[in-house]
Design a protein around this ligand. Structure first.
Ligand SMILES: [Zn+2]
Length: 293
């Protein structure tokens, strides 16, 4: 995954200018300096991708602009409807709505998506969020008989749009596990979807919060890292209440790190939080079984 700053049109001089501007701003307000720079960088990346894809076919909806290739002309109406279906549940779960329309790029096949903007993520993924833009794989590339209901329920839009809305509200101030946990939590609430496999049982050996906080993307068992991330977010909302999850989000917007935001919101130290999440998850989250789907 390329660094956001590497993608800026204009390269280094623009970044330096943005950094100076952000330092000036940050001396006036009590917030972490990179949180001022971040939205400017993201906006520049969106402008660059917008420019590079301006010749693609496009369909606008109240909150999204979907760009696609001629081979997906028969898919765009369904994607548009699914995107709008994700809008309300995601923005009301996070209590935040981005000001501008969100750009969604639809790629006809996995190869095209892999080539998009240096993406190096999971080859089996149906979409990804990066730099202010959602990119998805055409439903035709992974669904036998694409239907709206199935695409809404099992497609990537609610998940990726949650990443985007969090990114806007917290201005980059969150960890990888937290955004994956939140995106899965919203997906679980809205569509009842959970990623449960034989490899991500919560009853065996687990990653520590330290490991999840560290190099999340390089942990060997990604299915388990994702499952634990969902557990850590669900524990906050289901045991301490939705209002506490909202409080964590509010602390992130104010520049608190994820661990401090959780400690302050729940009134417990991060070590106790880790212990409680794991105990709760073992007893309360669905576990893989051969007969379970
Ligand atoms: Zn994700």
């Amino acid at each position: 995954m390329r660094n956001l700053v590497e993608m800026i049109p204009g390269g280094v001089p623009v970044v330096v200018g943005l950094m100076l501007a952000s330092l000036l701003l940050s001396s006036m307000v009590p917030i972490r300096p990179q949180m001022w720079l971040y939205p400017l960088v993201r906006q520049a990346v969106v402008m660059k991708i917008d420019y590079q894809t301006k010749n693609m076919l496009a369909q606008e909806t109240p909150h999204f602009i979907i760009r696609y290739t001629p081979s997906d002309a028969d898919m765009v109406a369904m994607v548009a409807e699914a995107a709008e279906a994700a809008y309300e549940p995601v923005t009301s779960a996070l209590h935040y709505a981005p000001g501008k329309k969100t750009l969604i790029l639809m790629h006809p096949d996995r190869q095209a998506m892999k080539q998009a903007y240096g993406w190096s993520g999971d080859a089996s993924a149906m979409g990804f969020y990066w730099g202010g833009v959602i990119q998805i794989l055409s439903p035709k590339a992974w669904m036998k008989n694409p239907s709206l209901n199935e695409f809404i329920a099992t497609g990537p839009l609610a998940h990726e749009y949650t990443h985007l809305v969090l990114d806007h509200m917290a201005r980059g101030n969150y960890s990888r596990w937290f955004t994956e946990g939140l995106a899965q939590y919203v997906e679980y609430q809205v569509n009842g979807y959970e990623w449960v496999t034989a490899d991500n049982r919560l009853t065996g050996k687990l990653y520590t919060m330290d490991e999840l906080d560290g190099d999340f993307d390089n942990l060997d068992n990604q299915a388990l890292a994702y499952r634990q991330s969902l557990a850590a977010v669900r524990y906050i909302a289901e045991v301490h209440g939705e209002a506490k999850l909202t409080q964590v989000l509010t602390y992130l917007t104010k520049g608190e790190r994820v661990n401090k935001a959780i400690e302050k919101s729940l009134g417990m130290d991060y070590g106790s939080y880790e212990t409680m999440v794991n105990l709760w998850a073992q007893g309360n989250m669905k576990q893989y079984s051969k007969i379970a789907k």
